[in-house]
Structure formats: structure tokens, C-alpha cells
Ligand binder design. Structure first.
Ligand code: SAH
Ligand code: SF4
Length: 413
């Protein structure tokens, strides 16, 4: 059932919600074919060999599929016109390249879009619902991608932190968020363009990706790595690694691997300059404290003035926003090529904190700026549709452990 709803009455800022679907509409379990999206080239070759594609054809077939999936963005084997019809049929019999279902699509007054996608159970448990946010900016656009449904961590200012971890997302589910956004925004090159394989590097609507949606990406390392390496593959989606930022609350042992194995930009959710306060705001600090975290940052592979770490700092009224905190922040980050991103706190139903006053945020930013750091204040986007940082939370419920294990083995932590 697809309906169009105008929810302007409930949201005076006139957001619109289109194509919504009732989660309860869906019937029971469906046997799902395994996805091809999210497989590395080697894994793709292996599954193709498994359905009888001759060894000598594997490289070519992988290249063809890669092009259709990630350059042209097709979601149907039937559209892969340079692959023989009978092979397309065999592929369709065994695999899927289908997109998730769009449960809802909301557009904020400021142009921000939020989607709620529903992914099939993939052989175990129930479907899961995931939120993805698109933030259009002058000359670029950033997609905020989720890595987990819920989160195991419980940062006290974050709405996602109130939702228990349902499960890790697979590489397919992480990449599908990017593919869906490009579908919905009309951001795939026209199939009829004479260039064919050309991947426009400029002027794309989804030009940047931030792993800042639901979940802690470094607690889902392998799937996030696979997805980001596919997203940055030059023969596919072709997003530069400089335009991909992974944000972590501070899972110290995985930070070096992020630089070495993924090579993307890093953002750290710092939020406090003293361990006693960070223990409360970002409780993973009790395991890896500020000193351990900053040591890992200093050692981040590839770190340089041209490739700085972004430190995120949520502005909480009367909690972490004093001049003294700003000075301590500057002192702590000395010697680390860094940018500081001040995030006005985005409230959510039941949150205990308030956002710092604007003058306070500016005074804090001044101290940081005077010390030589760029410290942009992140403009809250999409608050009217609950799409701003830390406001995401889906209604998916926690699965039983055995189902979570079957769906995504790493999620059992
Ligand atoms: N789990 C990862 C990435 C997702 S959160 C992390 O914690 O870094 C993305 C960013 O939004 C983080 O910096 C997080 O601290 C911040 N955030 C969470 N809740 C927020 C809120 N209510 N208002 C503003 N920022 C918030
Ligand atoms: Fe999880 Fe990040 Fe939210 Fe903390 S801020 S609860 S790590 S999503």
C-alpha cells in the first residue's frame, strides 16, 4: 500500500511525507535470494563460478556486473543488456540486486531528506528499518549513512543510544543506502549517455558520505570496510576517500585499521575534555579514555595538515560549553592536525539536555578559532523531520540472539 500523506498539520514547518507504508502491512517470512550488491570483486567471482560461469569469463562478468550495479545503478538483471539473456535469467534465478523498500521519504523545509528503508530479513529474523539522511549544500550534497540498527553504546545525549542494538547492517545494506539515495535524487548517469562508462566526478548530488547515521561503525568494521571500499572504487560509485568520513565514539583498537584498511577521513565524537564528564556523555570512555583516544588519533595512518581529523563537540548548555572547556580543548589537541566541529545539541523526546545559547557557542568557537583551528558550527539541518544529528531511531525491535547471529554474525557482541 503506497499512499501520499501531507503531514503539514502535525509539523507546522511544512515537511512532507510521501510514499509511506505501514510496517504492519507486511506478511510473514519470504525466502530471499542472496544479494550481489556489497560483494567484493573476489566474492562476486566466486559466486558466479558457483553458478557455472566459466573461469575464463569471470573477470569480464565481474566487470560487467560492477558497471551495471555501481555506475549505472540498475536494480534489475533485465536491464543488463550486454549480458546474454540466458545468463541474465540464471543470475535472476539465484541472486538479487533489488533495492530495499521505502517505508517513508520526508523532505524538510530546508531541503534535507530523510528516508526510512526496510530491508528484507535475508534468511533470518525480521526485516529491519534504517534511517538515511541527505543534506543538500551549495555545490555538494552529503549522505549520512547508518551502520547499525540501534547502537550498543548509550551516549546520554543521543536518541539512537536509547535504541538497543538490533543488528549490524551488512555491506549490502550500507551500500544500498547510497544507491537508493542516488536513485531517488536522479543522481545516476543517464543510461543513454554516449560516454557509457563515464563516471562524473563533479556535479553529483551525493558527493560526500558521512558514516554518522545510526550506530557505531567501528563495531561493524568488516561490513563498513567492504561497503566503503566499494563506494570509493574508481570503476564504480567512485567517491573519493577524502569525501568519505567515518565518525566514531572512540573504539580505539579499530582506529589504526580504519586509516590503514579503509583510508577514509576520520571524525571523533569527543564532546568533553575531562574523563569524568566524558565517562557520562560517551560511556565508552570508561574503556578507552581521552588520553588513549588522542594517542590513537596522533598515530592515525595518513594524518597530515591536508588530511586532518575532525573532532565533533556537541554543545550542551551548562555541561561542556564553558570558556575553560574551550581552552582545555585547544590544549588537548595541540600537535594533532585537526578541525573542530561544534554541533548544536539537537533535542529529541525525553532528552535531558538543552542546547547551549547561541552567544555561548560563538564565544566557545572564538576561543577555538583564535588558537588557529577552523571550527565551523554545524548548522542543524532537517530538525522539523527529525533528521538532525543524533535524532535518528527506527522502530525495529531487537531480534533474538540466534536470529541476529544468522543475519549478521558480527552483531552478536
Ligand atoms: N556512533 C558514531 C556515529 C553516529 S553519531 C559516533 O558516535 O560518532 C554522529 C554524530 O552525532 C556524533 O558526533 C554524535 O555524537 C552526534 N550526536 C549524537 N546525538 C546528538 C544530538 N542529540 N545532537 C547533536 N549531535 C548528536
Ligand atoms: Fe551510538 Fe554514536 Fe549515538 Fe553514541 S553517539 S549512542 S556511539 S550512535
Amino acid at each position: 500500500m503506497a499512499i501520499t500523506l501531507d503531514i503539514a498539520r502535525d509539523h507546522p514547518n511544512a515537511a512532507t511525507l510521501i510514499g509511506t507504508k505501514n510496517a504492519a502491512d507486511d506478511a510473514g517470512p519470504v525466502v530471499e535470494k542472496p544479494p550481489l550488491i556489497g560483494l567484493t570483486r573476489d566474492a562476486l567471482a566466486e559466486v558466479l563460478a558457483g553458478i557455472g560461469v566459466p573461469q575464463r569469463q569471470l573477470r569480464m562478468r565481474v566487470a560487467q556486473l560492477w558497471h551495471w550495479l555501481y555506475v549505472r545503478g540498475v536494480s534489475d538483471f533485465g536491464a543488463m543488456t550486454n549480458i546474454a539473456k540466458d545468463l541474465r535469467q540464471t543470475l535472476d534465478d539465484h541472486f538479487t540486486v533489488a533495492r530495499p523498500e521505502i517505508v517513508s521519504e520526508q523532505v524538510s523545509v530546508d531541503g534535507t531528506r530523510k528516508w526510512l528503508f526496510r530491508f528484507p530479513p535475508r534468511g533470518a529474523g525480521r526485516p529491519v528499518e534504517v534511517e538515511t539522511v541527505y543534506i543538500p549544500e551549495e555545490g555538494r550534497g552529503t549522505l549520512c549513512v547508518s551502520s547499525q540498527v540501534g547502537c550498543t553504546l548509550t551516549c546520554t545525549f543521543c536518541h539512537t543510544g536509547t535504541q538497543k542494538l538490533v543488528r549490524n547492517l551488512t555491506a549490502e545494506e550500507i551500500l544500498s543506502q547510497v544507491l537508493m539515495a542516488r536513485d531517488r535524487l536522479g543522481d545516476f548517469p543517464d543510461a543513454e549517455t554516449p560516454q557509457g562508462a563515464a563516471v562524473p566526478s563533479e556535479g553529483r548530488l551525493v558527493s560526500n558520505i558521512v558514516m554518522m547515521g545510526m550506530g557505531e561503525p567501528l563495531y561493524n568494521f568488516e561490513h563498513v570496510k567492504t561497503a566503503l571500499l566499494i563506494a570509493s572504487d574508481g570503476d564504480g560509485l567512485s567517491l573519493s576517500k577524502r569525501r568519505i568520513t567515518l565518525s566514531t565514539s572512540g573504539i580505539v583498537p579499530e582506529i589504526a585499521r580504519t586509516g590503514a584498511e579503509i583510508g577514509c577521513m576520520l571524525a571523533i565524537s569527543l564532546h568533553a575534555v575531562r574523563d569524568d564528564l566524558r565517562d557520562v556523555l560517551v560511556p565508552i570512555n570508561k574503556k578507552w579514555n581521552i588520553e588513549a583516544l588522542l594517542d590513537a588519533c596522533r598515530a592515525y595512518p595518513g594524518l597530515s595538515n591536508a588530511k586532518r581529523i575532525t573532532f565533533e563537540y556537541v554543545m550542551l548548555k551548562g555541561v561542556n560549553d564553558s570558556d575553560a572547556a574551550a581552552k582545555e580543548l585547544v590544549r588537548l589537541l595541540r600537535g594533532i592536525p585537526a578541525k573542530i566541529n561544534l554541533i548544536p545539541f539537537n533535542p529529541w523526546p525525553g532528552s535531558e539536555y538543552e542546547c547551549s545559547d547561541w552567544e555561548r557557542i560563538e564565544a566557545f568557537a572564538d576561543i577555538v578559532n583564535r588558537a588557529g583551528y577552523a571550527s565551523p558550527i554545524r548548522t542543524p539541518r532537517g530538525r522539523d523531520i527529525f533528521a538532525a544529528c543524533g535524532q535518528l531511531k527506527s522502530a525495529s525491535e531487537r531480534m533474538r540472539k540466534k536470529d541476529r547471529l544468522a543475519a549478521a554474525p558480527e552483531a552478536a557482541q
